[in-house]
Design a protein around this ligand. Structure first.
Ligand SMILES: [Fe+2]
Ligand SMILES: [Fe+2]
Length: 310
């Protein structure tokens, strides 16, 4: 194995290590602190769940739907972190015989994502204890991670970067300022957000580094793979939306008309698409880096594909 033949910005990685050390937290001591979820409060804020668009739902029903969506939201993170961890672990290989500061920084990234997965697994169990039975989270993290990792690293890093950006945006813009959420639910995303800040910093180093290694033709194929990945994500969202709405309507103490059920499905899917796709790919930092790495034509293709699920 040879030392890498590309320039490494050691200072940027050193900054990531410094921040990572400063914000580092423990699941029990800092996040959970022996607390339970407060089911008399909402989980996801209205801006993220978009439930205010469902005017025919009562206050209690809206709160319950925000908890169902909030449970899926927490599960989605634990689930995508499976492929993020594997990909970053793969990238560390490029630094084994090279810059050890970069290596430590990426190893911390992996270590943090493993901890986040554990956090979200534990939280899922705690939610299951407080919400009536019947909820299902459909996607299998290992199966999906294996499929995602079939794509080029360029495409996987694009997906990773958009996910890690929206994690932070959701917390800062919607979860943090909302005073009517379960305190523990809020803290979950406060602590997650803290450790995600350095992940986006590293994505911003690694995605362009991988980009430099591609030929124009390889990059063009990678753009198509991003489009395929977005389609795959959308397929997962459609299936999970169906399961969540079915569970929600079954558990409500009254029946809904077919038209109302269709509306709940449509708004929930719209919310999920915004949560996991649009709030990431439309993030100014994603747009900026994408513009640096791709041609007008490639971005046009991506935008056309996004329009079909808008
Ligand atoms: Fe994470
Ligand atoms: Fe992350």
């Amino acid at each position: 194995m040879q030392a890498p033949n590309y320039d490494v910005d050691t200072d940027r990685f050193a900054k990531c290590i410094e921040v990572s050390k400063r914000v580092r937290w423990d699941i029990d001591k800092d996040v959970l602190r022996g607390r339970e979820f407060d089911f008399s409060q909402k989980f996801l804020p209205d801006r993220i769940s978009q439930i205010n668009q469902l005017e025919f739902l009562s206050k209690d029903e809206k709160r319950f739907l925000s908890q169902v969506q909030g449970r899926t939201y927490a599960n989605m993170f634990g689930f995508v972190e499976r492929f993020v961890t594997a990909k970053i672990l793969e990238l560390t290989r490029d630094y084994w015989m090279g810059d050890q500061v970069a290596l430590e920084s990426l190893v911390r990234f992996v270590d943090e994502e493993l901890k986040h997965q554990e956090l979200f697994r534990r939280v899922e169990k705690m939610m299951a204890d407080g919400i009536p039975e019947g909820y299902r989270f459909l996607p299998d993290p290992n199966e999906v991670a294996a499929a995602v990792l079939e794509k080029s690293t360029w495409a996987v890093m694009a997906l990773t970067y958009e996910i890690e950006l929206f994690t932070q945006a959701h917390y800062q813009e919607s979860i943090e300022p909302d005073e009517n959420l379960s305190e523990l639910y809020k803290d979950l995303f406060l602590f997650h957000w803290k450790e995600e800040t350095t992940h986006t910093m590293m994505d911003e180093i690694e995605w362009p580094r991988i980009d430099k290694q591609l030929t124009a033709a390889e990059r063009d194929t990678a753009v198509d793979e991003v489009i395929e990945l977005v389609g795959d994500v959308d397929g997962i969202l459609q299936a999970q939306c169906g399961a969540d709405v079915e569970y929600f309507t079954k558990l409500c103490s009254r029946s809904f008309s077919e038209e109302e059920i269709e509306q709940i499905k449509a708004i929930t899917l719209k919310a999920y698409r915004w949560q996991y796709i649009f709030s990431g790919v439309e993030h100014p930092r994603f747009q900026k880096l994408l513009e640096e790495l791709t041609t007008d034509n490639q971005r046009k293709r991506l935008n056309e594909a996004l329009k079909t699920i808008r």
